[in-house]
Design a binder for this molecule. Sequence first.
Ligand SMILES: *Cc1c(COP(=O)(O)O)cnc(C)c1O
Length: 404
Amino acid sequence: MKRPIYLDNHATTPVDPRVLEAMLPTFSVDFGNPASPNHAYGWEAEERVQIAREQVAAVIGAEPEEIIFTSGATESDNLAIRGTALAQRPRGSHIITAATEHRAVLDPCARLAREGFHVTVLPVQSGGLIDLAALEASITDETTLISIMAANNEIGVLQPLHEIGALARARGALFHTDAVQAFGKVPLDVDAAKIDLLSISAHKVYGPKGVGALYVRRRGPRVRLTPLIDGGGHERGLRSGTLNVSGIVGLGRAAELAAAEMDQESRRLRLLRDRLLGRLREGLPEVHVNGTLDSRLPGNLNVSFGQLEGEALLLALSDIALSTGSACTSAQQEPSHVLKALGLSEAMVKSSVRFGIGRFNTVEEIDFAASRVADEVRRLLALSPLTAHRQAGLDSPAEDWPSR
Ligand SMILES: *Cc1c(COP(=O)(O)O)cnc(C)c1O
């Protein structure tokens, strides 16, 4: 059986063969523990980890010592938010985040709120961007942390990091950004954007699953963190536990490749994305793009088709791997909190589909997907009671119809 065409690159990405090649020796000959100081196995492992630290740091303009390896971005987000909130508690207990953040940010903030912290969750504008004036107005002398993501995992919208960083720095608050979807896809510079903490994950940039990193600023200001995991004192005492050397080597190589190929790859992905949108618009009466196209990841397209169920559409499209909303929350089958935050109606949220175009997608795949999606959407719309109603020349709001 032919495998479905993979267009869900925001959920995860395949490991690039060049990344796999770099990882392979670490499973066999070079299997040492970087914390073993007494022999060549340990030194070699330590050296490989050091190279990866440099490779990751270089992508964001950081120093290698400012990179803490973790089990993935969920851990990085938790360490950044909980770690700084607890360490700074004597100074203040106010945290600011936004409604469209990943659950790996929202949930640790919610837990802190239950523990007595004051958390402001900023709304977003209809295009998905936060309102900088609202952010500025919400900062108080008690604010110790602002956590706003770089690129959204559902709608690909890029937040104005430089402006947020400047506001945070001016008011003495730390700035954390979940840069999982942006890392290696768009330029990031922790000094230019005054970012103090930045989360990344290997498996969203063609590296392996189960490994990530947190950038923690060392100078101007030096960020203090309370660790979540205590043990052998690895990673400057901020994240104990034997390092996942294979994963770290993979993350390093993935970072290096992404940076080297970023310009070329973004141009190609943008062309594919625009081609996909163009074809959908040619073939369909209603294609609503969720989130602004002006500030967006090149490989992301999130659209709503109106009166149909995204779930039903994806079931019919068994030859294409796509997603409605975010894969992380769709296990719970809840309507996307991101699309709801944009102010979309329930029908528009339900009929949304996320396309995540990636490194290994071809023009042929995009053309095939566009025509398959358009065909199935037309078929489902023809079955919809509202469409029948409209065609009969009657116009009535969707609310008049019982939900199916
Ligand atoms: C995937 C993702 C995460 C979680 O990363 P893991 O490494 O899978 O834990 C966090 N934030 C965003 C924006 C993501 O897309």
